[in-house]
Design a protein around this ligand. Structure first.
Ligand code: C2E
Ligand code: MG
Ligand code: MG
Ligand code: MG
Length: 272
């Protein structure tokens, strides 16, 4: 209407595409700024060993400190995944997480999430190697998590990446398992040590017998392939006890603990 009467304008997908692109670039810019100003924050959520009843390790979860307000990954990672700066995020998280492990003995073992683009990032492995060496951290203290859907887009590349990480002494976990349409054959091809059952199967276990059966089935398949299982989104005692009965090795979720600031880890206590 502003352009005058008797005109037509054909809206195409590219109109929304360019808005999307603008948003993506804005997040990339915010990330660069956060890196420069040291505003990338890692919180750590305990992973509980159901066999020994103690913390097995902590998962590093990234947040951006944006003018004093914490921004969570679901708000910026999808945008960044469309830009090359997603690699910058991976690098920054690896750098910071390994440094924190070297500075805080209570972080005896951690898991680091990698983006879907990680296995095509040729700089990542050399960086991990460099950071481990620079901070004198044993590779055995680090587990890398990659989502099932990302692992599936290129099974042979994922397989290679897992093997290279294992040569550094690190372990590998397939994250959000059960949502990526994988077949047992793919799971068998990936030499990962563990499988993280997606929270969507776990969160309603207390009330859904279907979900309880699915979780049990995933644990059985994983164990058959020599892998251990972590259940995420454990939000209540019924689910926690149910998982122990089903033979899950590890549990993670708000029932045990929310993600913690580094300074809160020392005081963390949990009695099942
Ligand atoms: P994820 O790896 O599956 O991590 C679990 C997410 O679930 C975390 O959200 C965590 O705070 C949340 N959570 C934990 N326990 C519970 C629970 O009992 N109930 C519910 N409803 N939620 C729970 P967060 O921190 O917002 O992270 C979201 C996703 O962002 C992560 O999912 C991961 O895929 C990605 N992400 C997080 N940190 C990083 C990172 O450093 N690098 C990359 N590339 N991705 C990351
Ligand atoms: Mg994860
Ligand atoms: Mg997960
Ligand atoms: Mg998840």
């Amino acid at each position: 209407k502003n352009k005058g009467r008797n005109r037509t304008h054909c809206y195409s997908e590219t109109d929304t595409d360019s808005k999307q692109q603008h948003d993506n670039m804005q997040w990339a810019h915010r990330l660069q700024e956060a890196v420069l100003n040291d505003n990338i924050v890692l919180h750590f959520q305990p992973i509980w060993d159901l066999r020994t009843d103690e913390v097995a390790y902590y998962e590093a979860l990234v947040r951006l400190n944006f003018n004093g307000e914490l921004i969570y990954p679901n708000d910026f990672i999808p945008a960044l995944e469309h830009t090359e700066d997603i690699n910058l995020l991976d690098h920054q998280v690896v750098h910071q997480a390994i440094k924190l492990v070297s500075q805080h003995p209570e972080l005896h073992k951690i898991a680091i999430n990698l983006s879907a683009q990680a296995f095509s990032d040729e700089g990542l492995l050399p960086l991990i190697q460099k950071e481990l060496k620079a901070h004198n951290v044993d590779g055995a203290k680090i587990i890398f998590e990659l989502t099932e859907s990302a692992s599936l887009t290129n099974v042979s590349a994922t397989r290679r990446m897992i093997q290279q990480l294992q040569q550094l002494g690190c372990q590998f976990s397939i994250d959000d398992f059960g949502t990526g349409f994988s077949t047992f054959a793919y799971l068998r091809e990936l030499p990962a040590e563990s499988v993280k059952i997606d929270g969507s199967f776990v969160k309603d276990m207390a009330t859904s017998s279907v979900d309880r059966s699915l979780v049990s089935a995933i644990i059985n398949v994983a164990n058959t392939l020599g892998k251990v299982c972590i259940a995420e989104f454990v939000e209540d005692k019924i689910t926690f006890d149910e998982l122990r009965k089903s033979g899950a090795e590890f549990a993670q979720g708000y029932y045990i603990s929310r993600p913690l600031r580094v300074d809160q880890i020392k005081d963390f206590k949990f009695t099942p």
